[in-house]
Design a protein around this ligand. Sequence first.
Ligand code: DLL
Length: 449
Amino acid sequence: MIFEPEMEMMERGGLEEVQSARLREMVSTVYERVPFMRERYDEIGIKPSDIRGISDLWKLPFTRKSDLRDTYPFGLFTKDKKDLLRIHASSGTTGKPTVVGYTAGDLEIFGKVCARALAGGGAEPGMLLHNAYGYGLFTGGLGIHQGGETLGMVVVPASTGMTERQVRLIMDFGSQVLCCTPSYALTIAREFARQGIDAKEIPLRFALVGAEPWTETMRAEIDSHLGVRSVNIYGLSEIIGPGVSFECTEERHGSHINEDHFLGEIVDPETGAPLPDGEEGVLVITTLTKEALPLIRYWTGDVTSLDHSKCSCGRTLVRMAMVKGRTDDMLIVKGINVYPSQIEQAIGCVRGLTPFYRLLVDRSGTLDRLDVEVELSKEVFEEATAEFLSDEVVEADKLLREIREEAQRSIRENIGISARVILLEPERLPRSEGGKAQRVVDTRKVLVS
Ligand code: DLL
């Protein structure tokens, strides 16, 4: 189902006219109402009248997360505090949180873009939505909640944690749609298995997962263990929250950006120059309709690429590839750039391994070392244990050595880096309780005084 076909299926020429008109208005508003931005535009000699349409976008400077921090908490807002209906914030690991605000109009759009995403992911009015994104300052819980209500669904505001209860509620209520982070979807799947509930008995049919990078290997696990067809949902608080882009169940090949509200570009991470379709770079987004906190050319830091080709679902909205990671999550190990999701992908195709992994980066002397801890599947672990117990130590050793060597080879061939793979027993690594998974321990960052 397409929630707003008149916008989601608009032909490109018409869409670009809408985008250009909205961009002109947005730039004028920001220039008039945000002194911080006016000063920046004055400094480089840009006037709102220089921006006649989206083809002039490149003339405008980027807005960065540091600009939000420097003007903390409300310095980039165009509205007075009393004209807002809601505030969200993302904690950030260091320093001040990023604060975002919404007018009534913003919340209406937030509801609609999330409703579009839910519809794209298979949801329909009347279906039950089990929403296990965190409620609170995080935009995931309330954003999806509002999207569900806007679509006409019955929303169960489960939030995160208490996984045993999540499973009971899904079973008792008969929820058909699950929304949560991909790592939490795996935790929920494990809890179903622990309670002896087979995928065929689970009422869920669709899942919209996002808020953190994930891969096709994880998708296969989520789909088979929960009995769903899972799709990606992407977004960030600064732009609105979830619902910036979403995959359709038809293709599950790239997430449609809600381009009538959010104009996406891909730029070179070093030079900032725009890159063509298919080339990987940083996603930069301009909000076209946001009232309280419009952002122009916001540098998301997320690495992806765009695809304007036709999609069989009928939507004309451009698609973005799965996010590889944020430029600031990128590790440089032995001079090679590596994203955790690339390691996940490289080990994902090795038989006997699971998507539960952790990267340990260390430096001895001047040399970086990368260890990849990864859990074995239950089947392989049991096979190896049985061999050990029946004194077939050589066979067990051979089985584990082969898996380890294959994983190391896959990492070397796909990423060009040598890593040591450490096999762990199942359930060894900490599990997501609903928030974003922490996959990297980089001890090189400890300062030496
Ligand atoms: O994570 C909003 C959201 C909630 C999206 C629920 C999807 C579902 P923030 O906490 O501000 O907002 O974090 C935004 O998370 O810049 C990406 O780095 C990452 N991210 C979000 N969605 C995805 C995704 C929410 N589908 C940051 N794939 C973004 C990969 C994602 N990374």
